[in-house]
Design a binder for this molecule. Sequence first.
Ligand code: PXG
Length: 459
Amino acid sequence: MDKQHRLDLQALDAAHHLHPFNDNAALAKRGTRILDRGEGVYVWDSEGNKLLDAFAGLWCVNVGYGRAELGRVAAAQMERLAYYNSFFGCTTEPTVALAAKLAELAPGDLNHVFFSNSGSEANDTILRMVRHFWAVQGMPQKQVFIGRHNGYHGSTVAGASLGGMKGMHAMGGLPIPGIVHIDQPYWFGEGGDLDPVAFGMERAGQLEAKILELGADRVAAFIGEPVQGAAGVFIPPDGYWKEIERICRKYDVLLVADEVITGFGRTGPWFASQHFGIQPDVMTLAKGITSGYIPLGAVMFNDRIAGVLKSRGGELAHGYTYSGHPVCAAVALENIRILEHERVIERVQSDTGPYLAKRWMELGAHPLVGEARILGMVGAIELVPSKPSRRYFPDRGTVGATCRDLALANGLILRATNDAMLLSPPLVISRSEIDELVEKAWKTLDQTATTLGMKTAAA
Ligand code: PXG
């Protein structure tokens, strides 16, 4: 793309496009980065820079960029039947096939699917369906959802309310009534002197305390991300999720696993619930379901919930124009076929995942890194002013932003949340690309340390 064309696009973007999760005035001044094409784990921007995308877009491009197969099935489905709805007693073949495939893949008796266009809409669906599930059984008061501070469940009214991001609550008067939050199992930041397992049990115990405070007859469900993503890749301590599951069962509170990021192989197995050995009643899916090639979200319900909704739910007063869109379903099916055919999940579990973990954990030795953590192919490093303390930099977020910008200049896309650098590459990343990623990350850490006047081995 020639320079003038890029400048024209940036000017039009600044004039007409409001960007999500951005200070739009500052962005307009700086000029947006225009991405132009992608192949495998790489994307190219309009200035011709080749960037290793260690964040898979936004945690989603699991099969990597440039998969012509996905484009071909989308085109074929558009030509055959571009759209039909699932409302008036109708469906389409790819929609049915995808529902059956998801029921096969999802653990246990999560056998029933409701389709949305995004993870946020899927969580809105869960809020309404779960409340309805209790109401039609004569328990209309059992409707409170318990989420977690700093959880992320989307940006719609219910999604952002279920999430626990303070900045999001501040915009638009959230959370809505009937949603409360407990503390997150974030040991590095909040664990104090407790060992991780004891800390995890303490945080899980907050769920029981909250249920008892509200009364179990008022609590409909608990929702959490198996590994918190947007908050900064917080991998909960061992035992946390089993304890959460135990508490949910004890009080008949439904367990909702939001697997929007963790689904489709991100943490190793197909779903992170399998890694943690828990059986959710409801599961949220999006992102990796189509590797981000086309928007799609889904809710998986277990037999118990679907049974009640079908036998006593009456007409479900809920749905989206594009629920079960045939083109999105066809792309999702092809994406899953690629994951299976190329044994991507097996490779993440037995080969590239352990290799990435080994190499990523080496970054923990860098003077700037207070902790490196990873599960499957999702990880983080926490940048700290001094080791081995778990204290933050005084001006939180500045060092992370510097590091992110330096990474970009080195041809590496890493995400910064506060001063944690996040990792979530396409699952098809090879060993040599992993080496490149870690070498670029190490070099970037050295440069970041230099800007802080810190001495490093290389400096
Ligand atoms: N649940 C989880 C766990 C997510 O990560 C959503 C729901 C919402 O999905 P949709 O498709 O409506 O965006 C998400 C999305 C970030 C960031 O800053 C993360 C997401 C979205 C936007 C920004 O890491 N995750």
